[in-house]
Design a binder for this molecule. Structure first.
Ligand SMILES: Nc1ncnc2c1ncn2[C@@H]1O[C@H](COP(=O)(O)OP(=O)(O)OP(=O)(O)O)[C@@H](O)[C@H]1O
Length: 252
């Protein structure tokens, strides 16, 4: 089974159907870039995968367990909202706005999940958190507060914080959209290195260059439906669908 399987996912807000039956599979180690115009439902789909939204119809499995359920003793038990946090542990999410705790240092931000959520010992987690800061090129910023870091640095800390939970899957929701252009590259470099290390990733982005060079597969979402999916070169260089062509003509 693929690491992520989504079948017929539907989601409405009020009377507006935002996801109109999404099917998607993401294999282990695969990087999928989700592209499409504003309002297509890209963020909503990611939020459904991470159980930040409940779905109205269809089903999503992450590593064989349907989102919104917990497996135990060979049975599935529906999750109550407070138990959903359990499921989110397997999935790291990085948002457009870095969402760091402002009154905690970079290192403390990274340690927060393993200590508070997983109940691990601070001494053990500290060394891992420092290694993660090194991995995102910020070892020297361990004691800095978010307000003392650039947007690019904050986003790299946010990535390290997500990795600290040892997720099976990483979701990125326009991780560079809030950054000054000169800071975009440093965040994309960290994401590229994660991808090369075999992390399974779904990335919502408008960075076509990243999609072209890093994605295994590009999926185009328009108006709540997948209109085209394939290798980056197939979809970006030779789009078959008029809506994909229109979108690419605007962003390329
Ligand atoms: N919590 C919510 N309540 C009501 N409507 C919502 C909610 N979240 C999203 N929407 C609506 O759902 C639609 C899809 O939004 P979504 O953010 O998923 O699109 P997107 O493809 O990620 O767009 P963008 O690139 O602009 O972020 C939009 O019309 C949005 O206004």
């Amino acid at each position: 089974m693929a690491l992520v399987e989504a079948i017929g996912v539907r989601k409405s807000f009020g009377h507006t159907e935002v996801l109109k039956g999404i099917d998607m599979e993401v294999e282990r180690g695969e990087v999928v870039c989700l592209l499409g115009p504003s309002g297509a439902g890209k963020s909503t789909f990611l939020r459904c995968v991470n159980h930040l939204e409940t779905i109205d119809a269809g089903r999503i499995w992450v590593d064989g367990v349907p989102v919104g359920f917990r497996a135990s003793g060979g049975k599935l038990h529906e999750l109550r909202e407070r138990d959903a946090a359990h499921q989110r542990r397997d999935v790291g999410m990085v948002f457009q706005r870095f969402n760091l705790f402002p009154h905690r240092t970079a290192l403390e931000n990274i340690m927060e999940g393993p200590v508070q959520v997983l109940g691990r010992r601070k001494a053990e987690v500290g060394a891992e958190a420092l290694a993660l800061l090194e991995r995102v090129g910020l070892a020297e910023k361990a004691s800095a507060y978010p307000g003392q870091l650039s947007g690019g640095q904050q986003q790299r800390v946010a990535i390290a914080r997500a990795l600290a939970m040892k997720p099976k899957l990483m979701l990125f929701d326009e991780p560079t959209s809030a950054l000054d252009p000169e800071l975009v590259g440093e965040v994309l470099d960290v994401m590229t290195s994660l991808a090369r290390d075999g992390m399974t990733m779904i990335v919502v982005t408008h960075e076509i260059g990243f999609a072209r060079s890093v994605a295994d597969r590009v999926v185009f979402l328009v108006d709540g439906a997948v209109v085209e999916s394939g290798t980056p070169s197939d979809v970006l260089d030779d789009p078959q669908q008029p809506r994909t062509r229109q979108f690419l003509a605007k962003v390329l």
